[in-house]
Design a binder for this molecule. Structure first.
Ligand SMILES: [Zn+2]
Length: 82
């Protein structure tokens, strides 16, 4: 019984699959593009088409920060509609 198992250890390179959960359709399809030169971040959902632009001024701003603001804004807008 000489069963040898060869472990194929393939570590995938961690590219940035920066997708976030969409507050509108609930899919992980939100992409965020930071344009540091312009100081804007564009947020868009690949599934339902929800999109927005947010300003960001801090150089330490990251995608996740933009995402938080984006969802905040989204829920705010919804609240004010009711
Ligand atoms: Zn969506």
């Amino acid at each position: 019984m000489g069963r040898r198992r060869r472990k194929v250890a393939r570590i995938p390179k961690k590219r940035l699959p920066q997708v976030f959960l969409c507050p509108q359709c609930g899919k992980e399809a939100i992409r965020i593009d930071l344009s540091k030169e312009e100081g804007t971040a564009s947020v868009g959902c690949g599934a339902c088409g929800l999109a927005d632009h947010l300003p960001f001024t801090s150089p330490t701003y990251k995608e996740i920060d933009v995402y938080c603001r984006f969802t905040d804004k989204y829920y705010d807008r919804r609240k004010s509609k009711i």
